[in-house]
Design a protein around this ligand. Sequence first.
Ligand SMILES: NC(=O)c1ccc[n+]([C@@H]2O[C@H](COP(=O)([O-])OP(=O)(O)OC[C@H]3O[C@@H](n4cnc5c(N)ncnc54)[C@H](OP(=O)(O)O)[C@@H]3O)[C@@H](O)[C@H]2O)c1
Length: 230
Amino acid sequence: MELKNAVAVVTGANRGFGRHLAAQLVERGAKVYGAARHPETVDVPGAVPLRLDVTDEASIRQAARVASDTTLLINNAGISTGATLIGGDAAEVRREMETNFFGPLAATRAFAPVIEGNGGGAVLNVLSALSWFHPAGLGSYAASKAAAWALTGATRDELAPRGITVSALHVGYMDTDMAAAVPADQKVAAADVAAQALHGIETGLLEILADETSRHVKQNLAAAPRPNTD
Ligand SMILES: NC(=O)c1ccc[n+]([C@@H]2O[C@H](COP(=O)([O-])OP(=O)(O)OC[C@H]3O[C@@H](n4cnc5c(N)ncnc54)[C@H](OP(=O)(O)O)[C@@H]3O)[C@@H](O)[C@H]2O)c1
């Protein structure tokens, strides 16, 4: 889809990867709603702040009413609790699923009729190499991103007849707050990944593999399961 005249909603646009996405969309000529729990923290020049908490369906419905000209939804907002699935806090596991799976689902359900009503468009889900690789130490996060991958495939088929293309971005570690503890040489630049994501939307790519980690993990999906030791 052409981004120049697109009207984009980016969830979690106040910092991290979402902030890069919002800024680059503005640069490309799109109208951008920078969605955030606290819209006053959205400081991307040219973006329109929009209140949206992905765990609060009423706020999502209200955002969809306000941003009634939307043609592109980017489900970016996410959390990483570090909870493990067996020994971790079960409430954290649920919170992660609420944010990373039910959040994009609720946003897609609310914005699909809006995008369709505006003549069609696209949804991009910000996923992870951990949608496909599930180490114990990140079990809860990986499960939520695997679920969001399934959501991506199923909503792609359900929304295609309504003129909406659903795609996924997969990446390993990026240089944002979420990966602050990860050594610099293991992270890619979020600005570069944002550029790849937008190029992918423009060229109709359904699966954007933004770094070597995600390409490697995807290539090895057919390998036999084996225990991870980390
Ligand atoms: N960083 C990485 O290494 C990495 C790798 C692969 C995928 N990802 C994915 O990339 C996306 C962006 O993450 P990031 O790296 O930019 O992380 P980040 O720097 O921690 O930013 C997370 C963003 O999500 C927002 N958010 C969290 N919960 C929310 C909620 N309930 N409603 C609305 N917004 C909410 C945060 O808003 P507040 O300021 O209000 O908390 C913030 O804007 C996430 O989906 C993440 O899983 C990240």
